[in-house]
Design a protein around this ligand. Sequence first.
Ligand SMILES: [Zn+2]
Ligand SMILES: [Zn+2]
Ligand SMILES: [Zn+2]
Length: 142
Amino acid sequence: MTVDLQKIKKKLANNNYKMTSQRKAILEKIIENQGSHLSAEEIYEQVKKDDSNIGLATIYRTLELLCDLGIIHKLNFDDKCRRYELDKEDEHHHHLICFECGEITEFNDDILEDFEEDIKEEHSFEVIDHRIKFYGYCQVCQ
Ligand SMILES: [Zn+2]
Ligand SMILES: [Zn+2]
Ligand SMILES: [Zn+2]
């Protein structure tokens, strides 16, 4: 966890941004809740517990900045709110979303990485990223 924050601090510095206490608090909540895909409002609720002065606008602004710098990315699971997760270069996953209960399961996809190569060969298009969501019913809801 400390490793992640150090790396992020460097990335902010490289772009002339400081790791302010509010940015740090927001990042800590995202890191602590990895795999939970928190929304801006949920991050706000968490950060507010430690810092009652923080406003939702600050959360939105910070999340935008972190997205712009590629530190986190936005997820849209069609549940009316944007969710966020860390963008980790060495770890790549996608999501299975349950129609019934909204549960989100993460999975890895080595086959799709090969598929990017095929696309390059067939379409001369260099793929640098892909986001995939599968919708259906989880084990409990089937
Ligand atoms: Zn995820
Ligand atoms: Zn379900
Ligand atoms: Zn993938």
